[in-house]
Design a protein around this ligand. Sequence first.
Ligand code: LIP
Length: 271
Amino acid sequence: MNLDEYYDVAFDLVKQAGDIIRDRINRPKDIMIKSCEVDLVTESDQQVEKLFMDGITAKFPDHRFIGEETTSSGEKVQLTNSPTWVIDPIDGTMNFVHALPHTCISVALLIEKITEIAFIYNPVLEQLFTARRGQGAFMNGKPIKVSGEKELKKALLMQEMGTSRDPEKMKIVFENFQIFTSKVHGMRALGSAALNMCMVALGGADANFEFGIHIWDIAAGDLIVREAGGVCLDPAGGKLDLLSRRVLCASSIELAKEISVLISQYYPERD
Ligand code: LIP
């Protein structure tokens, strides 16, 4: 096993994927609907995922993949101990469709179910977030750190609306806006789960939570936040389970715990 080689090969592929996203964002797109009218996919999502998988397979034929666009809707995700690349080829597809420049490729390598390598790349704003287990987190090669904020009343908090319009899920989203808006400095949402997590890692936001995301939205962000000194938990305060479709990350354990006792919980069907 050669983690340096895995990192270098994936780094080149992530940069190539970024070139496609940057080149296409302002052009007309073929848009297809997935689970509902606000859950979209474009031909670029599919091409980027194929480019990444083909590039890895050519070098490391025994590696496995969990990719957003190759996992059929409703299919159960199989995470084994084999080296597995978890890929969201375009996270923030809705932003990409509208040419809002908060969109990225998100890639994580898990070996024996432990995340070793993570990349989140927004090629439009030229922000490349990278991390390796135990080696810190970086943006464009420079080390990044969470804010360290411990108090909810001074926090900038992120919550996404998500890509489901299920009334039960929407009720929870609105309840949480109501619970937190008057208790924090401000609420934000970039439209990309992966980039929201990077903002916590960068110290630009203090915490982020979302229900209904998938493993490909958060696997890379989880490592980047932890390597930047932050915490990633289940929103009820327990250990993060990447397949649970629930995430809470924060700049400190104190802040994460304060959020987890107030938050209105939602338990989607697991990945
Ligand atoms: C989406 C995220 C969005 C989040 C959704 C979904 P996609 O990913 O980026 O911010 O709210 O749950 O996961 O579909 O653009 O890759």
